[in-house]
Design a protein around this ligand. Structure first.
Ligand SMILES: Nc1ncnc2c1ncn2[C@@H]1O[C@H](COP(=O)(O)OP(=O)(O)O)[C@@H](O)[C@H]1O
Ligand SMILES: [Mg+2]
Length: 241
C-alpha cells in the first residue's frame, strides 16, 4: 500500500475541467514534483488533496483511508498538510503567534502551542525572528514562516506550493537545504514548483500536467528531455530552459 493513492482525480468548475483524471501514488519518503504551465491545475490538485475543494470525481486514499470529502482540518490532523502559494501571515501578529495558529490544530493549550511554535521556528532557522511582526518579515522569512506553520501541524506528507517563487538564487538554495533537511527528518513531499532548479534538485519523480491532464512522468532527466513537456511550456521557455 502506498502512502497516498490518487485515482482519476477530477475537478470541474462549470465547463472548465481544471484537473482531469489524475492518477498517481506517493510512497513514504518520496519527493514527488508536480509541474505544469500556469493554470494547468496544480494548485487545484493541492486544494483537493488538502480538503479545501471536494473532487468532482475520483478518490484520494491516504494510509489506506479515503480522504476525499473530509474537511481540511480532519485531513490536517491525519498528517497531510499544505502550504499556500500566496503567503499571507497575520501582519500584526508575531512570527511565533502566526505559527501557534498551526500548533493549535494539535493542542488546545496556549503554553504548549507556544512551545511547539518556538521549536518549529528553530527547525526553520527563524528562532531569532520569533518576535518580529508578520509585516516586518522579508520574503525569504515569510516562506520559512509558511513552512513553519505547516510543520506545527506535524505533517507526515507535506504539500509545498511554489515555495521558491520570487526568491533569489541564493535564497532558493537556502530553501532547498531546508526541504532536504526536513525530508531527512522523515517528511514525505509533493512539491509544486515553477523554478526548474528546485524541481530537478529535489524531486525523485516528476509528473507534468497541462490543462489538468498528465502529459509526462518520470525521473527529472526523463521529463526534462520529453518533447511533450517542451511543447507545453512553449511561450514559458524562460522558466523551463
Ligand atoms: N475556485 C475556482 N473557480 C473557478 N476556476 C478556478 C478556481 N480555481 C482555479 N480555477 C481555474 O482552474 C484552472 C487551474 O488553476 P490552478 O490550479 O490554480 O493552476 P496552477 O496552480 O497550475 O497555476 C485555471 O484555469 C483557473 O482559472
Ligand atoms: Mg498554482
Amino acid at each position: 500500500m502506498s502512502m497516498l493513492e490518487v485515482r482519476n482525480l477530477t475537478k470541474r468548475f462549470g465547463g472548465l475541467v481544471a484537473v482531469n483524471s489524475l492518477t498517481f501514488d506517493v510512497e513514504q519518503g518520496d519527493i514527488l514534483g508536480l509541474i505544469g504551465p500556469n493554470g494547468s491545475g496544480k494548485t487545484t490538485t493541492f486544494n483537493m488533496l488538502s480538503g479545501a475543494y471536494k473532487p468532482t470525481e475520483g478518490t484520494i486514499t491516504y494510509n489506506g483511508e479515503r480522504l476525499d470529502g473530509l474537511k481540511a482540518n480532519k485531513i490536517c490532523k491525519k498528517g497531510l498538510t499544505r502550504t499556500f502559494q500566496v503567503v499571507q501571515p497575520f501582519p500584526d501578529l508575531t512570527a511565533v503567534e502566526n505559527v501557534m495558529i498551526g500548533a493549535f490544530s494539535q493542542t488546545g493549550r496556549g503554553g504548549e502551542a507556544r512551545e511547539r511554535a518556538m521549536a518549529v521556528l528553530k527547525r526553520v532557522s527563524m528562532e531569532k525572528d520569533a518576535l518580529k511582526l508578520g509585516k516586518e518579515l522579508t520574503l525569504l522569512q515569510l516562506k520559512r514562516l509558511e513552512i513553519a506553520k505547516a510543520l506545527a501541524t506535524e505533517p507526515k506528507l507535506l504539500l509545498l506550493d511554489e515555495v521558491a517563487a520570487g526568491l533569489t538564487s541564493t535564497e532558493i538554495d537556502d530553501v532547498l537545504e531546508l526541504i532536504n533537511q526536513l525530508h531527512s527528518e522523515g517528511i514525505t513531499f509533493i512539491v509544486i514548483e515553477h523554478v526548474l532548479k528546485v524541481i530537478v534538485n529535489l524531486s525523485h519523480r516528476i509528473i507534468v500536467i497541462d490543462f489538468g491532464k498528465e502529459i509526462s512522468r518520470g525521473t527529472p532527466d526523463e521529463v526534462m528531455n520529453d518533447p511533450a513537456v517542451h511543447a507545453a511550456y512553449l511561450g514559458e521557455e524562460a522558466t523551463i530552459a
